[in-house]
Design a protein around this ligand. Structure first.
Ligand SMILES: [Zn+2]
Length: 120
């Protein structure tokens, strides 16, 4: 089998950057027997052939990398926190109390609290 047995117009799987999915594509252009461009059969957008490779997801951001770094450096869970052989008895769930606002509602006063400006 040659490098590529595709012909123009053949349906070929490829990743569509517009649909962001692996979809059917039609071979739109070929160079030396290799598919160069394809047309998405779903959105009809033409784009270079990507060998049906789905691009990797976005690289983790610097924050994620740092977080992972910290996690990997943090010491393993100590013996005190190791899973106990006996499962702690589940505490009976207290009846849900109605949440009360810690701070009382603020009243919005329409009266001016500032003293009137001194006119000069
Ligand atoms: Zn598409």
């Amino acid at each position: 089998m040659t490098a590529s047995s595709f012909r123009l117009g053949d349906v070929i799987d490829d990743y569509c950057p517009r649909c962001k999915l692996l979809l059917n594509h039609a071979v739109a252009s070929m160079v030396e027997g290799k598919v160069v461009k394809v047309v998405c059969q779903t959105c009809h957008s033409e784009h270079p052939y990507r060998n049906a490779e789905v691009p990797l997801k976005k690289r983790p951001g610097p924050r994620t990398v740092l977080f992972e770094e910290v996690l990997s450096k943090s010491p393993p869970v100590g013996p005190a926190e190791a899973p106990a052989e006996k499962l702690p008895e589940e505490e009976p769930l207290a009846p849900p109390k109605k949440k009360r606002a810690v701070t009382p509602a603020r009243y919005i006063s329409r009266h001016a609290t500032r003293p009137p400006r001194s006119t000069r």
